[in-house]
Design a protein around this ligand. Structure first.
Ligand code: CMP
Length: 140
């Protein structure tokens, strides 16, 4: 089915100047960028976005990392977009990410892991709403 998913190019990948290379992988896989913006997240925005992880030991480090520089946030649209994006990203821990995936090629550590992608269709809808107004998402 035609789906939308939220993608974030994290501060490590923005610093490496590989936004275009990552977006190109999405486009080559048939995903369309239907919303996009650069943003310096505030601590409150990062904490709210990752609220499901707030009891986890890695939460504070994750939030600190996500506000360490600007991110590029996108909504991606395509057939099976949620799983397709997760396949393109590879495993959360770059040490476990399959060769040729975004994290295998660009990530340095489990926190500085280049990209975030929604893990379910339900979370995707909530995550897109967290960052974009309905009128900022365009089908094309
Ligand atoms: P992301 O997909 O953005 O969702 C939560 C993030 O927490 C994850 O990617 C990792 O960057 C980070 N993280 C740090 N440690 C862990 C861990 N042990 N398990 C899962 N995610 C972790």
């Amino acid at each position: 089915a035609l789906e939308r998913t939220l993608s974030i190019i994290k501060p490590d990948a923005v610093k490496k100047n590989v936004i275009g290379e990552i977006l190109s992988r999405f486009e080559k896989a048939g995903l369309k960028i239907v919303a996009a913006k650069m943003k310096q997240l505030t601590k409150e925005e990062a904490e709210g976005f990752y609220a499901v992880h707030k009891e986890r030991g890695f939460f504070n480090d994750l939030v600190a990392f996500m506000i360490s520089g600007p991110v590029m946030i996108q909504a991606l649209e395509g057939e099976g977009a949620v799983l397709k994006n997760r396949d393109l990203m590879g495993a959360t821990n770059p040490k476990e990410a399959a060769p040729g995936t975004i994290r295998a090629d660009f990530a340095d550590s489990i926190d500085a892991n280049a990209v975030h992608g929604s893990d379910s269709l339900e979370n995707a809808a909530n995550e897109i709403k967290y960052f974009f107004n309905d009128s900022d998402v365009v089908s094309h």
